[in-house]
Write a protein that binds this ligand. Structure first.
Ligand code: UT7
Length: 330
């Protein structure tokens, strides 16, 4: 009998731009202060992609190159590349298409997924399903956002949170039970009123008026998003544990979306996990939207052990949210 195929993560790549935007820098731009930002969000600094014409694909490319080097494969061996992003290079074509061209990937199909902060969990779940089908052998899933392109740096309530970055993982078939084991994903479009971009889509195409009204920036009503995020991320993570007959003791790491340290703490508490088991780098990178979770995996890769159970959890625009259980493969 054929053994069940699971999608193992076999390499991780990441990229953060060099330029830093610190809380001290923001104090000079808007009416805010370091103490407020650190206590309300946990953030001290973020990375910003600077340079004429540089876009989200320019962060995807080094992240994917890095994971290919680590795994010793040529980018052209990749069967499919999926990019989770809400800051694509252009409305169309897909950033994944552009990244493939820059990487010299010729024999693959590629597409973007729009699921905001849950973008990486959505792409990971989709990529895993492609591997499990038996039809594809090497699928790369990325979370990447150049949030600085859609942040209004006069709006103190949102500009303090976001930063730029990209992370990517390679998925390959495994017959020993390692990899993506389960995933619970949800969406609720009624939450769009709290977190969205007003113009530039088919509902309100770009015009001089939309530019003057600053409608091409991310709009966020922070408090309701915060409340939904705390509940959504904690509930779905607890549900995932229960569904798989696991408790916090069975989990080596929680990898939470890095939106606000208070949301991260609430999720960890609900799962019964101490801080030492939670990946947190929000202080350095802020909220890179789809980039946060793979960037944590990238940073903690050397500490992960074969067989570790890890839970990835996210909540974001849409609303979209979810939690994914992974058994680490190396
Ligand atoms: O990743 C996608 C999903 N996004 C999230 O999960 C983000 C969820 N939301 C949040 O993380 C928080 O709501 C924020 C960090 C955005 C805001 O924190 P908050 O604790 O909800 O603050 P608030 O909006 O309730 O504002 C509290 C006070 C207000 O002043 P008053 O009305 O009490 O006098 C704000 O005007 O803080 C003020 N304020 C600021 N003060 C200094 C708001 N932004 C700032 C600021 N610096 N940057």
């Amino acid at each position: 009998m054929n053994k069940k195929i699971t999608a193992a993560i076999t390499a991780v790549g990441g990229f953060v731009p060099e330029d830093k935007l610190t809380n001290a820098d923001l104090e000079k731009m808007v009416d805010t202060n370091d103490e407020w930002i650190r206590t309300r969000t946990g953030i001290s600094e973020r990375r910003i992609l600077k340079g004429e014409g540089l876009a989200t694909s320019d962060m995807v490319v080094p992240a994917v190159k890095q994971l290919c080097e680590k795994r010793g494969i040529s980018p052209d061996e990749i069967d499919c590349l999926i990019v989770g992003t809400v800051t694509p290079d252009m409305v169309f074509p897909a950033t994944a298409n552009i990244a493939c061209d820059k990487l010299g990937i010729k024999n693959a199909f590629s597409f973007d997924v729009s699921a905001a902060c849950s973008g990486f969990l959505y792409t990971l779940t989709l990529g895993a399903a492609l591997i499990e089908s038996g039809r594809y052998k090497k699928v790369v899933v990325c979370g990447a956002d150049k949030m600085s392109a859609i942040v209004d740096y006069t709006d103190r309530a949102t500009c303090i949170i976001f930063g730029d970055g990209a992370g990517a993982v390679l998925l390959e078939p495994n017959e020993e039970g390692y990899g993506v084991l389960d995933s619970i994903l949800r969406s609720d479009g009624s939450g769009s009123q709290y977190l969205h971009m007003k113009a530039g889509g088919s509902k309100k195409p770009a015009s001089i008026e939309t530019v003057l009204a600053k409608e091409h920036f991310a709009y966020q009503d922070g408090q309701p998003v915060f409340k939904f995020a705390v509940k959504g991320m904690a509930d779905v993570s607890a549900e995932l544990l229960e569904k798989n007959n696991l408790t916090g003791d069975d989990i080596a790491w929680l990898v939470p979306h890095q939106a606000n340290l208070r949301i991260i703490d609430a999720t960890a508490n609900r799962m019964g996990l101490p801080r030492e088991k939670v990946m947190i780098n929000i202080q350095k990178y802020g909220n890179t939207t789809a980039g946060t979770i793979p960037l944590c995996l990238w940073e903690w890769e050397s500490q992960l052990k074969k067989g570790d159970n890890i839970v990835l959890a996210a909540f974001g625009g849409g609303f979209t949210w979810g939690a994914t259980l992974v058994k680490w493969a190396y």
